[in-house]
Structures are given as structure tokens and as C-alpha cells.
Design a protein around this ligand. Structure first.
Ligand SMILES: *Cc1c(COP(=O)(O)O)cnc(C)c1O
Length: 381
């Protein structure tokens, strides 16, 4: 990793730490009609399809904005106005999908499981069997709220058996956790520049089965979030509709080169897994407990239960760590007080060791001797 002068390391769910080479790609301006920029757009789209395992049958559509814009564009474009979506949710990003459907006026049935449990494909099977009006199912691959990895292949199999269509929010997993487009058979998958592909924030993208995308004309409720229209423009003249995030794309182009040099999805996933292992072992050695059992944990972001030690005040812990150059993240799960530490972005195992050393020093400054959550401490006493 090259991140000299980059400011603090971001151990968060995004924005993430980026490589200096990626940021340096933003030091020149591009015109949107410049042939070099048009080529760059085409190259990035092609590489994204390759990373997804797509091939000729698939395409990538880029869309300005953060990841949420891409998810909203995917739902609004793929689910017809009179269609119905089954939202399989177990966290805040799933709840955000339901909120989008309400605002866009798409009928949405919700199958919600606890934030610390994966959905049961048998329940999806039952609901699809009971309601032929459900045309699409959406699931979040890694629910960044807790860090849980959902069983997308098993869900995809159920959806396929019922002849329905699958949409995936793979925002925090794409590029690091394998999910083969053709094997899974989704209609569309949304992700963004600034998660596991380690670009800077500024656009999202949707990997789509071309045959499915071709059938979505006129579905969208929104001009700017119409992926069919954006796709048509990108195919016809190679350009984005509306001002493209030129610098962000140039940075992403370099970031994709770094992803390939690291060994693609496998190499990136291996580094994150190593980061996660070091982080989890180091925190457990200080008494901290993870929210999730290891079997459900994605190597993306880890949720730790809030320590019971009365000396532990999260805001103080956060501030002292930030002063040492490490930014962590508050918890987001509803039931358990917690905080999160990310494993993704341009962070190496030695960065994770540096973070653990900063945590050790910070706990000592605060007079916290044990990271165990309240209940575990009581039963230990
Ligand atoms: C980060 C993320 C998003 C998008 O968030 P933005 O803040 O809009 O970039 C959506 N879904 C999941 C699972 C995410 O982790």
C-alpha cells in the first residue's frame, strides 16, 4: 500500500483509504468528449463485467452519485412500476431499500431476519410460492450494518426455481468476495467505486444481464437514475448522460489496475481476510467480543460489542484513535451497543497491526483494562 500524506487511515465502511497512485490519477482534467476519456469509460465498463464474471451476456452501466444512487437506479429500472419486489433484509441497507420502494411507489414485501442471522431460503421459497405477483427478489450480499455475509447462491437458486428475477446490493463485497454473474444468474447487481475496488467516491455501477436490461425501457421513475437510458447513451456514443465524474473515473481506472495486479477478486479477498483475522484476534486478546460468530462474518467490517468497563466512553476512544491516525466507525445494529472497524480499503496487515497498537495505547490512556461487554463481565465475576 502506498498511502503517504493521505491523512488518517479510514477503518470504516466508506469512504475508504485509497492508494496514493489512485489519488494521483486525479491531477489532470478531462473533457467528457475527449476520446481518451471515452476509451476510459469503455475500458472500465469492460473490466467491471470481467470482475463480475459476466462475459458477452452482461454489461456494466455507470451512474453518478454514491452507492445508494446505484441501488435506487437498479430498483427503479428493473422493477416495473406495477411490479412487486420481495426485499430480503437484515440490516440498515436492507431497510434503506424498503424506504426507496415506498418513495418510488414500488410494491414491496419485506422478509426481515434479525441483524445477527442470515435469511432462510426456505422462507423465501414459501413466500414466492404464496405470491405469484412477486417478480423480483433483492438481497444485500454483505450487510455492512453488522458485517454479515448473506447466502446469495442459495437464495439465487430458490429465486431461479420459481422463475423470478434476482437483484443484489453487493456494494461492500464486489471485487473482494466472489459472486459469479453467470453462475448466480442475477438480473442486476449494484456496487460502487469506493468500496472493495478502492477507487475514490463519486459513482456507482450496475452489472446487468443485457437481455434483462434491454427489457426495462420506460420502467424508471427518474430521468437521472434511468439505467436503461444511461446504458443506451454509453453504447451509442460512449458518453455518460450529464456531467461525468471525470477525475473519479480516472482514479478508478488506476484502482482497477491495482486490483488486477493484486490478483483480482481472489487476491483482494485474501488481503481483507488477513486484515480481518489480525484485527479479530488482536481485539479478542484484549477481551473484546465480536457481534457475529466467525462463520457469519464477512472479511469486510467487524462489529464489536461495546465494552462494559465504565471507563470506556466510545466518543473518547474514537477521538484518541483518530488523533493517532486511525478512524473507526460507530455501530449501527439496532439491538446491541457496538462499534465497527473495517478491513477494506488500501490497508495492509501491517496497518491493522498499527491500528491494534493504537487501540492498546488508547485503552491504557483511558484506564480500560478489559474490552469484554457488560454481560460477559458479570458472568465472569
Ligand atoms: C456502502 C453501502 C451502500 C451505499 O452507501 P453510499 O453511502 O450511498 O455509498 C449500499 N449498500 C451497502 C450494503 C453498503 O455497504
Amino acid at each position: 500500500m502506498t498511502h503517504a500524506d493521505s491523512g488518517p487511515l479510514l477503518l470504516t465502511p466508506g469512504p475508504l483509504t485509497t492508494d496514493r497512485r489512485t489519488r494521483e490519477a486525479m491531477l489532470r482534467d478531462w473533457g467528457s468528449r475527449d476520446s481518451g476519456f471515452i476509451e476510459m469509460t469503455a475500458r472500465v465498463r469492460r473490466l467491471l463485467v470481467e470482475i463480475a464474471g459476466g462475459g458477452e451476456s452482461h454489461t456494466a452501466v455507470l451512474v453518478q452519485g454514491s452507492g445508494t444512487f446505484a441501488v435506487e437506479a437498479m430498483i427503479g429500472t428493473f422493477v416495473p412500476r406495477a411490479g412487486k419486489l420481495l426485499a430480503v433484509i437484515n440490516g440498515a441497507y436492507g431497510r434503506r431499500i424498503v424506504q426507496m420502494c415506498t418513495i418510488m411507489g414500488r410494491a414491496c414485501e419485506v422478509y426481515q431476519s434479525p441483524e445477527t442471522a442470515v435469511p432462510d431460503p426456505a422462507e423465501i421459497d414459501r413466500r414466492l410460492g404464496a405470491d405469484p405477483a412477486i417478480g423480483h427478489v433483492i438481497v444485500v450480499h454483505c450487510e455492512t450494518t453488522s458485517g454479515i455475509v448473506n447466502p446469495v447462491p442459495a437464495i439465487a437458486e430458490t429465486v431461479r426455481r420459481h422463475g423470478r428475477r434476482l437483484l443484489v446490493d453487493a456494494m461492500s463485497a464486489f471485487g473482494a468476495l466472489p459472486l459469479d454473474a453467470r453462475a448466480i444468474g442475477y438480473d442486476a447487481l449494484a456496487a460502487s467505486a469506493n468500496k472493495c475496488l478502492e477507487g475514490v467516491p463519486g459513482f456507482g455501477f450496475v452489472i446487468a444481464r443485457q437481455a434483462a436490461l434491454a427489457a426495462t425501457a420506460g420502467n424508471a421513475h427518474s430521468l437521472s437514475l434511468d439505467l436503461h437510458d444511461q446504458w443506451q447513451a454509453m453504447e451509442q456514443n460512449g458518453q455518460w448522460r450529464f456531467t461525468p465524474p471525470t477525475h473519479v473515473l480516472a482514479a478508478f481506472d488506476v484502482a482497477l489496475g491495482l486490483h488486477a495486479a493484486e490478483g483480482g477478486v481472489r487476491g483482494r479477498g485474501a488481503r481483507y481476510a488477513e486484515n480481518c483475522k489480525i484485527l479479530t484476534a488482536g481485539m479478542r486478546a484484549r477481551g473484546f467480543e465480536t457481534l457475529l460468530p466467525d462463520a457469519l462474518q464477512a472479511p469486510i467490517i467487524v462489529t464489536f460489542k461495546m465494552p462494559g468497563d465504565p471507563q470506556f466512553v466510545f466518543e473518547t476512544f474514537y477521538g484518541l484513535l483518530r488523533d493517532k491516525g486511525y478512524v473507526i466507525y460507530p455501530g449501527k445494529v439496532a439491538e446491541t451497543p457496538s462499534f465497527r472497524i473495517g478491513c477494506i480499503g488500501a490497508l495492509s496487515p501491517s496497518d491493522m497491526k498499527g491500528a491494534l497498537e493504537a487501540i492498546r495505547a488508547t485503552l491504557a490512556e483511558m484506564g480500560v483494562t478489559d474490552g469484554a461487554p457488560a454481560r460477559a463481565r458479570e458472568s465472569a465475576a
